[in-house]
Structures are given as C-alpha cells and as structure tokens.
Design a protein around this ligand. Structure first.
Ligand SMILES: [Zn+2]
Length: 316
C-alpha cells in the first residue's frame, strides 16, 4: 500500500511517500512563521513535491502537534502553533483530491513504531519520545488508545515531582516531561551545577548547553555529567514505573535525542524501574530503544491514511 505521511512540527515539516513502512521519497521545509495560512502553504508544498513522483497514493496522513478532532482533522488547540480550531484537514482536502486524515503527531509516531519498529510482535506497547518534551502513545490489546477526546497518551504531563520539580510548559510543576525530556536533562545539569564549580559543562557557554554534551560527559565519567545523568535517569525510571503500573505494556520504546545513549541509558534505567515496580509482576516489560528515529511520525501518519483513519486501527 502506498500513502503520503506528513510529520508537522513547530519548526519543520516533512512529507514522505511511503510504501509498507518504507520511505520512497521525501520533501521537507523549515517553518519560519506559525501563522495558520502560511503553515498550510508549507504543508501543501511538501505534499505536492512527493505526489509528483508518487501518483498512486491512497491517501494523505498528517501528524500534527496538539489536540485533533479525528473526524474532521481540525486542530482543536495546539500550544506549539498557538492555534485554536484550525481546519487543517478541510483545507488540505480542498487542495488535493485524496482522502486526508489528521491525528496528533505523537500518536502517529506510536502507530509507526508499533507497526514497523520496536513494537512489532507485541499487542501492548508504549512509545515515549524524549526530545524537547515527551511525546507518547499507548497501544493496548492491539489498539491505539485515543481516549474520550483523543487525549489519551499525554504521558509527559503526569506529575512525578509535584512539590520539588521543574516548572513544566503546561503550567504544572514536576511533570514527567519537565524532569525526563532532553530539556529535563539540561535542567538537571544546571540544578546540580553549584556542586561542580570547576565543571566544563556549565561555563560561559551555558546557554549553549545541550543534552548531548551532558550525556557524553556522563559516559566519559565526568563527575558533573554523572551527577546530572543520575538525577535524570532516576526521574525517567519513576515515570516508566508509573507507565508500567497504568498499562503494563510488553515493550516501552524510548525515542528522541536522549535515547541515542542506547545501552548506557537502558543499563541505568532498567534496575531502577524494576525496583519501583511493585504491584505489577517485575521483569514483564522490555524497555527498548525505538527503531524508526525521526521517521516514526511520517511512517505512522501514512499507515493511518492506508488504514482509512486512526480510529479504525486495529491489531496487526
Ligand atoms: Zn506538564
């Protein structure tokens, strides 16, 4: 089956022509202005580019940040874009003579990773993308969990440190996302910086501190990096243990920039998750690194279009 999958982000949009989970062609653009009309133009442009080479597509699937009306493809609200009731699906249907489906970008990535990545062969699966925030999604008994208002899977906003955590972009304190995203790792490094006055990590270039530098420092045994990494993985493990208590998945896949740490991260997190798993039998959830990387969203969006909508998705 062939379909177009679009991964729409706050600063970048990518459209890909996809056949059975494999990207055959792609077109991308940076998004410099978040005005709805201008974003629609960018999305239409990249879709048009790939359609030129890939004329037999069955439909177009779009993963967008925000809460999405799955029937109409309207973005009810998106903090990333500052949109309310933006008729994305309707506008693109008018532009292309193909069925257009829109869903939340993290749910699309979950569907992609479940169908073609680390979720293959499971029926209970969770994807967590550790980037600027934490995007997530849940597959339960072979079905992508969407919830009553398509809001299920907002795992990043359950609080794990409600009294002593970092402020979250959503307004709460100590959300899983504030503590355990890539941004969270940077915050942990800054929070413990006072104990490491001679650290190279936080110096005059403080504003340029990235999660990769901290991860590398931890791997190299730098005391500041190790301290930040330990705080970070403790919070990550706490959230993962909660996810296990909520949905007891067979696999939790970790994606996003921080997950490039691979085995180094799994070795730190796994024993702590075991320790924090109490009422669910221990050792029943595999924690793995996601396989599809940044392409999971577009691949999942195309899969949604192929299946005729994310609502109709059932087990493979
Ligand atoms: Zn939050």
């Amino acid at each position: 089956m062939k379909a177009i999958g679009v991964d729409l982000g706050g600063s970048h949009v990518m459209a890909a022509a996809i056949e059975d989970g494999v990207i055959k062609a792609r077109s991308e653009q940076d998004i410099l202005d978040r005005d709805f009309e201008l974003v629609v133009k960018s999305v239409a442009k990249v879709i048009g580019d790939v359609l030129c080479d890939f004329k037999k597509a069955s439909g177009i699937g779009i993963g967008s940040p925000g809460n999405v009306d799955l029937e109409t493809g309207e973005i009810r609200y998106s903090p990333n874009f500052g949109w309310r009731n933006a008729p994305l699906g309707e506008r693109l249907r008018a532009e292309f003579s193909l069925p257009v489906f829109v869903a939340n970008d993290a749910r699309c990535a979950t569907l992609g990773e479940y169908t073609y990545g680390s979720g293959r062969g499971t029926r209970n699966f969770v994807l967590l993308t550790l980037g600027t925030g934490i995007g997530g999604g849940i597959v339960a008994e072979g079905r992508l969990l969407l919830g009553n208002a398509a809001g299920a899977g907002e795992i990043g906003h359950h609080q794990i440190r409600a009294t002593d955590g970092f402020y979250c972009a959503c307004g709460k304190i100590g959300c899983f996302e504030a503590q355990a995203s890539g941004t969270g790792l940077i915050r942990h490094a800054l929070a413990v910086a006072g104990s490491f006055p001679r650290s190279d990590l936080v110096s005059s270039k403080r504003e340029k501190l990235g999660s990769k530098a901290i991860r590398k420092a931890a791997e190299a045994g730098d005391p500041h990096g190790v301290a930040a990494w330990n705080c970070y993985t403790a919070d990550l493990a706490r959230g993962l243990a909660n996810v296990i208590a909520f949905v007891n998945p067979q696999t939790i896949a970790l994606g996003g920039g921080v997950s490039s740490a691979g085995q180094f991260m799994l070795d730190a997190v796994q024993p702590q998750v075991e320790e924090l798993t109490t009422m669910v039998p221990r050792g029943q959830t595999r924690i793995a690194i996601a396989e599809l990387g940044n392409d999971a969203g577009a691949i999942g969006a195309a899969e949604m279009a192929d299946r005729g909508g994310i609502v109709k998705v059932t087990s493979a």
